[in-house]
Every structure is written in structure tokens, then in C-alpha cells.
Design a protein around this ligand. Structure first.
Ligand code: SF4
Ligand code: SF4
Length: 236
């Protein structure tokens, strides 16, 4: 019902499924009937997505957002005709940009996996309400997005410090942490969406979850070495 419901992941998934262009239509800005003004959310998401597309070498003109009322059928037809022509002119996704299809698929998959992290990191800007279209291009910059990817945070559980209290595993929203009673916990980096919940949840007295940036995450310790031998149970 609302353009604000169009998630960044939906758009990236459409491209990953081979769509050559994605169009999002929203109500006119400042004419939303609700206090939420979801069309600004949609606009900010599109501005961010365009920069992400640039980052992986896709032409950002493949994505468009336009605002109009339901009484503006002529305008809708005009915008769609023009966008259809533009997408035809750009040609097939990836091929026109000289990106190998498999490489494009894996780049998009990598970004899709990072969507929760990207949204968390850009939370404040995603809540902006920029009324002047001249300001839109400046909301997110290319350098900012390049930096975002070069400084991606990973989370790692230090096996020397983990006391197997199981709090992090219970709180992880994607079940990326494996472990059991008296077993050092381990993060599956493939499943982890970098939400940081485990970092916040691990009791300060253990401080076992470490943030890592700019260097590889150490490999998980072998399963046979994960058992914690102790006399007393840890207090969570
Ligand atoms: S950061 Fe921690 S809690 Fe969040 S998904 Fe990764 S392992 Fe799970
Ligand atoms: S919350 Fe900390 S100490 Fe507890 S299992 Fe997770 S990493 Fe280990």
C-alpha cells in the first residue's frame, strides 16, 4: 500500500533476478495521509540503492522513483514510457556495463546479505526528509559508500573468553551462533548479518565478542576443542 514498504532488499533482489530496470511510484511528497510519510523512506532508499549500484558498476539510471497522485494517469503513462525507453536504451543488465553475469550475481548477493548492516549504519540518513530535489544527490556520496564497504565490521567470539552462557546464541536474529552448554560459541560468518546484537548482549565480565574491521576474521576453533572444562557454572 505504501512506497515506504519497498525494502532495499526487494530492489536488489529484482536486479539479482535479472530485471533490467526497477520503477517505484509513490504519492506526492508532503501529501501523505499518514504521519509516517513513507514516500520519503522510499526516496532515501532509492538514493542509497543508486549509490550501491554505482559501487558495483551498475548504471544507477536503471532505478527510478517518481511521485504522483492517483488522479495523474497521464503523468504516470508519460513517466513509464520514458523510463521504458531509458531501460531499452541502457540494454540488458550487466551486459551493457561489461560485468560478467556470475560476478554480478555474487556482487548483488554480497550486498543483499549486508542490507541489515547497511540500513543500521545509514539509519539516520534513511530517516531524512529532503524536500528539494537538488539535495537528493548529495544525501549519499560515492566515497561514503566505498568507505562503508572497506570498513565493514565483522563479529568474532574469542574462544579464550567465551564462557558458554548462551545469551548471544539466544538473541541472534538469524541463528548464526552455534554453541551449547559448556561449549565455546562460534559465529557462522556466512549467516551473520552483522547486526551487533551479540556484541551488546555478551556480559561485560566476559567481553568475549570482538568487533573486527580491516582484517580477516580468525577461523573458528575446531569442534573437538570447544568443550569448556570447569568446576562451577558461570553466572550470566
Ligand atoms: S552480529 Fe552477532 S547477533 Fe548479529 S547476526 Fe551476527 S552473530 Fe548474530
Ligand atoms: S554471550 Fe559471550 S560468553 Fe556468553 S556464549 Fe556468547 S560469546 Fe560466550
Amino acid at each position: 500500500m505504501c512506497s515506504g514498504r519497498v525494502d532495499l532488499e526487494f530492489v536488489l533482489r529484482a536486479f539479482s533476478n535479472g530485471m533490467d530496470g526497477v520503477f517505484i511510484g509513490g504519492c506526492r511528497l508532503n501529501e501523505c495521509n499518514y504521519t509516517t510519510h513513507g514516500n520519503y523512506d522510499a526516496l532515501n532508499m532509492v538514493l542509497l540503492c543508486k549509490r550501491l549500484m554505482e559501487h558495483i558498476g551498475l548504471n544507477p539510471e536503471r532505478l527510478r522513483i517518481a511521485f504522483m497522485s492517483s488522479a495523474e494517469g497521464n503523468l504516470f503513462a508519460e513517466v513509464m514510457d520514458e523510463f521504458g525507453d531509458k531501460v531499452n536504451e541502457l540494454g540488458p543488465l550487466g551486459k551493457a556495463e561489461g560485468i560478467d553475469p556470475n560476478e554480478l550475481k555474487s556482487k548483488l548477493a554480497e550486498i543483499i546479505k549486508l542490507v541489515p548492516y547497511i540500513k543500521l549504519t545509514k539509519n539516520e540518513k534513511l530517516a531524512s526528509r529532503l524536500e528539494k530535489s537538488e539535495e537528493w544527490d548529495r544525501l549519499f556520496t560515492k566515497d561514503e559508500i566505498d568507505r562503508l564497504f572497506s570498513e565493514v565490521i565483522s563479529y568474532y567470539i574469542d574462544p579464550e573468553k567465551c564462557q558458554a552462557c548462551m545469551i548471544c546464541a539466544r538473541r541472534c536474529p538469524v541463528e548464526a551462533i552455534t554453541g551449547a552448554k559448556n561449549q565455546v560459541h562460534v559465529i557462522d560468518q556466512e549467516k551473520c548479518i552483522k547486526c551487533g546484537t551479540c556484541f551488546e548482549a555478551c556480559p561485560a565480565k566476559f567481553g568475549a565478542v570482538v568487533k573486527i574491521t580491516g582484517r580477516p576474521v580468525p577461523p573458528p576453533i575446531p569442534e573437538r576443542e570447544r568443550t569448556i572444562e570447569r568446576v562451577n557454572e558461570p553466572e550470566a
